[in-house]
Design a protein around this ligand. Structure first.
Ligand code: UDP
Ligand code: MG
Length: 322
């Protein structure tokens, strides 16, 4: 029998566990013919999330849990999940159960048909107009900057075949943008659509700042196009400045030099200053990434796996890489 792992990264989700248990029960009933593993990752929660996981584990062996040593963020929590998952396929779901389990039979169907990455696209988003629009623009920008096809309106809710998981496991970068990675690794993809549910318990962990961080990461982690933009902008400004310089030389030679020019100087200075700061900022973003990667630190540390101290799997993965 094929084994399917459901990966549930959780940060301060103590209130969601009744729902999780209920939904996972439903998954088992709706999809006979599969072995299930429910792999929960406690991403350094400060509430009783870990206790809830232990409780679930004690009631049913199919529940497994990884307890990370602190809050590393969802991307890292998912990386830990990839390392520990034992299934032939993996389905990533939010622990707040905003992703409907009713989409799973369809995912499994396409997987059986030979698709390696069955991603779910949000049909209607209940998010605010601003959040929706900015995410649309962002995807457009990202698409135009990179040569890799990117699936819009797609989050982490998807089914990945073992081949995809093994590919993702080899990508050990610390500044992660998993959404971009799914596209980057390729493999046979298929989209299905789903209706996002309202969050039932607990509250959303995403702030404007963390979204900004994620967006910046998304761009810098798989395109160097902004560096090109900075160079082009620099060249353009220099050319314009040069033409203007020649113009000024000619004009002063013909008409003399009246005591003027304050506005032009101000405008040029501010404009050039802006372009320089922008270019520096872009460079800085990339250097920051290089700095973080070059340290070569593991993406996460594990307190325990199913209640037992365990770092073996993690170390194995690191040695594989070198
Ligand atoms: N999450 C996590 N670590 C974090 C933040 C969030 O593992 O540092 C998990 C969280 O528990 C949830 C999922 O990521 O299962 C999505 O988070 P959330 O529901 O807050 O995001 P939203 O649905 O509002 O975009
Ligand atoms: Mg949520």
């Amino acid at each position: 029998m094929k084994k399917v792992t459901i990966l549930l990264p959780a940060y301060n989700e103590e209130a969601s566990f009744d729902l999780i248990k209920q939904r996972m029960q439903q998954v088992v009933e709706d999809n006979p013919g599969y072995d299930w593993e429910f792999l929960m990752v406690n991403d350094g929660s400060t509430d009783n999330t870990l206790q809830q996981m232990i409780k679930l584990r004690n009631s049913d062996e199919r529940y497994c849990f990884i307890d990370l040593s602190r809050n590393f963020g969802k991307e890292q929590a998912m990386m830990a999940g990839f390392d520990y998952a034992t299934g032939d396929a993996l389905i990533i779901m939010d622990a707040d159960m905003q992703h409907p389990v009713s989409a799973i039979p369809e995912m499994l169907k396409y997987w059986e048909e030979g698709y390696d990455d069955v991603y779910a696209q949000r049909k209607t988003s209940k998010e605010s107009w601003l959040k929706r629009k900015t995410s649309q623009w962002y995807y457009k920008l990202l698409k135009s900057l990179t040569n890799i096809p990117i699936q819009s309106d797609t989050g982490d809710f998807r089914l990945l075949d073992r081949s995809c998981i093994d590919a993702l496991k080899q990508m050990r970068e610390v500044e992660r943008n998993t959404k971009g990675m799914y596209s980057w690794i390729g493999f046979k993809k298929k989209g299905i659509s789903y209706e996002q549910e309202e969050r039932r318990a607990g509250k959303s962990k995403w702030s404007i700042m963390s979204l900004m961080h994620l967006a910046m990461n998304g761009i810098t982690s798989y395109t160097t196009a902004p560096l090109r933009i900075a160079s082009i902008l620099g060249i353009l400004v220099s050319v314009v400045a040069f033409i203007y310089l020649i113009y000024i030389i000619i004009v002063t030679n013909i008409f003399g030099e009246p005591v003027q020019g304050y506005p032009t100087i101000m405008v040029t200075m501010l404009f050039l200053g802006g372009v320089q700061l922008l270019s520096l900022g872009i460079l800085g973003e990339y250097i920051g990434r290089v700095f973080n990667e070059v340290k070569g630190r593991p993406g996460y540390f594990v307190n325990s796996y199913n209640g037992k101290r365990d770092n073996t799997r993690h170390e194995k993965d690191n040695s594989q890489q070198s």
